[in-house]
Design a protein around this ligand. Structure first.
Ligand SMILES: [Zn+2]
Length: 60
């Protein structure tokens, strides 16, 4: 399923329109922006490693 639905920023309705809400005319946005980039995964992994390393290194 492709992300064709947009969500109104004002009334929260879902619509197929990409420019504005058919109900109240407010701008619409993509409700769930795609966050499945390999770079993001890699950064998250690196962050976890960094965090663990930081915890292991720092002795309060
Ligand atoms: Zn609306």
């Amino acid at each position: 399923m492709r992300w064709m639905l947009r969500k109104c920023t004002k009334c929260g309705r879902y619509t197929l329109r990409t420019d504005k809400c058919p109900v109240c005319g407010a701008p619409v946005k993509i409700p769930h922006p795609p966050r499945f980039s390999p770079e993001d995964k890699y950064l998250k992994y690196r962050y976890m490693l960094k965090k663990r390393a930081g915890i292991l290194r720092r002795d309060p």
